[in-house]
Write a protein of this length. Structure first.
Length: 530
């Protein structure tokens, strides 16, 4: 049965410069079929439609989060919030969680950042043990590239003085060689492998909570980077017609043999759940100094951990290309970014020589890129998937560890001037999924508190609201091959829309962080109303 909705009396966004026009939109089966002044829709048509009066509010295209972790976000919403100003407060919150747990339950937490504590130091397994009342506990760093386990969890995982560091990972140890409780990169898997899996009905229920949060932020589409259990749960929600978001599900590259055996193909799926890229990691993160660097971190001999060289990028790209899959490679440090670009250059040459389809390869994060490499993303037609809120969250850590190199960190404007296709996300739950915090960060390079001052951090990297909005709408749609149906308000496009109480183009950019939608619609259907 045809479903017709008339969205009346909205100031619909028309593109660059923030122009809006008072219009009504006729939506049939989720697609905008007509946009016209309210007077042009006659009484007969109105009677045949469900009518929604937008009351003169601002209407934008729905926003896209191009990089987040749905299962991690869902889990975080029910776990210990470890994003605290002190280690002591983090431990206090862990202890308070015990009252809600069964005897055998693990304590799980997210968000700690040792660089935000005074003094700036890691917690220890012994300190965490003291507040855990015998429960195994693992707390994930804000970066998700380090974890902090208590003694009970370390024993359960078989980690002791004689345990060697795994490939691509590191077990931090005290002066006597005893594991300190901090696990970096691949070492995290040693504890993660024994944590009860978050899957099935429980994960489905938690994902619905995460979906409700994202819809309240005005997010209508996401590019998810969590693992197989998340994909299965999303499949179940989609089959039950409980998945309202559009999810571009990226799978992890180590599963390529299974992906081939199952016949999974990039782009296949439904309107609300479809497959995207294969995810790989080229390095770690800034906070634990595991991002791979061309030269050492400030006041350090460390250059981080490089997890893939250009030969491996090329080899994995060939295997993926044979099945039609593009790559999405995590790269944060300048060495990792250059290495991935070197690998992609070889893939592009192979595509040309073999008349192979040009695949939409991506780099996730691109947090530090040398001036010499900045033009290469455009030249190689590689998508830069970046998170503006990282710039304001990380700026003081970046100054401390990267020094003057931070002039080329989170280089939104430099990359856009080169013609790079830029898509924005949050990396939630590493940061808040609220896209208005991301817009605020992209325009101001300031924290919500106002730091570091009126001009912002490296203000030459600020971009305009039009540029930032494109990176949250039409650009991610194009990156998925959906630029002719999503990301704009136009006839023939899906009615994925958000309704705002104020026009962001008429606001002080610093006030954007306080903005929130009054309504979110997907396919013309109201899925959130404040």
């Amino acid at each position: 049965m045809t479903e017709r909705v008339l969205l009346e009396n909205g100031y619909f966004y028309q593109g660059g410069g923030g122009q809006t026009i008072l219009q009504s939109a006729l939506v049939t089966d989720g697609v905008i079929r007509a946009l016209a002044s309210p007077e042009e829709f006659n009484a007969s048509l109105r009677r045949s439609c469900k009518q929604i009066d937008l009351q003169g509010q601002i209407v934008w295209p729905g926003l896209v989060d191009s990089h987040l972790h749905l299962a991690f976000l869902a889990d975080q919403l029910s776990s210990v919030d470890c994003e605290t100003d002190s280690l002591a407060e983090c431990l206090t919150r862990v202890n308070a969680k015990i009252r809600t747990l069964g005897k055998q339950d693990w304590i799980i937490g997210y968000g700690w950042n040792q660089n935000a504590w005074e003094p700036a130091r890691y917690g220890t397994a012994a300190e965490l043990e003291q507040v855990s009342a015998g429960h195994p506990a693992v707390l994930y760093a804000k970066s998700l590239h380090a974890s902090w386990a208590n003694e009970t969890a370390l024993r359960a995982a078989g980690i002791n003085e004689g345990t060697p560091d795994p490939d691509g990972g590191r077990i931090l140890r005290d002066e006597n060689g005893k594991p300190s409780g901090i696990l970096l990169e691949n070492a995290m898997q040693m504890v993660d492998s024994i944590v009860p899996a978050l899957e099935g009905k429980r994960l489905e229920d938690l994902l619905k909570n995460a979906q409700a949060l994202l819809l309240s932020y005005g997010i209508t589409s996401v590019h998810d980077f969590d693992r197989e259990a998340c994909y299965k749960a999303l499949l179940a929600l989609d089959a039950a017609d409980e998945l309202f978001l559009r999810v571009r599900k990226n799978l992890h590259g180590e599963r390529l043999p299974d992906i081939a055996a199952e016949g999974l193909r990039s782009g296949s799926g439904t309107e609300h759940l479809f497959l995207g890229s294969l995810k790989y990691f080229a390095d770690g993160a800034l906070g634990p100094q595991t991002a791979a660097m061309l030269s050492p971190y400030e006041n350090s001999a460390s250059t981080g951990i490089l997890l893939m060289d250009d030969e491996e990028v090329f080899a994995q790209g060939l295997r993926a290309a044979a099945l039609g899959w593009p790559l999405a490679i995590h790269a944060i440090g300048d060495l990792a970014v250059r290495t991935v670009l070197d690998g992609y250059a070889r893939l592009r040459a192979w595509e040309r020589e073999n008349f192979h389809p040009h695949l939409p390869h991506r780099i996730e994060h691109v947090q530090l890129i040398t001036p010499e490499d900045q033009a290469r993303l455009k030249t190689l037609d590689v998508i830069a998937s970046m998170q503006p809120i990282h710039a304001t969250s990380d700026m003081f850590t970046a100054d401390h560890y990267w020094g003057s190199r931070s002039a080329n960190a989170y280089a939104f404007n430099s990359l856009l001037r080169q013609g790079t296709q830029l898509i924005f996300g949050s990396d939630a739950p590493v940061e808040s999924a609220n896209p208005f915090l991301g817009l605020h960060a992209a325009l101001t390079r300031r924290r919500v508190s106002g730091e570091p001052g009126a001009e912002g951090w490296y203000p030459e990297q600020r971009i305009s609201l039009t540029q930032a909005l494109e990176a949250y709408t039409i650009s991610p749609a194009r990156s998925c091959g959906l630029g002719d149906s999503l990301g704009r308000i136009a006839v023939g496009y899906r009615a994925d829309l958000i309704v705002l109480p104020r026009n962001p183009f008429q606001m002080d950019p610093h006030d954007l962080c306080q903005l929130a939608p009054d309504m979110t619609l997907i396919d013309g259907r109201v899925v959130f109303q404040r």
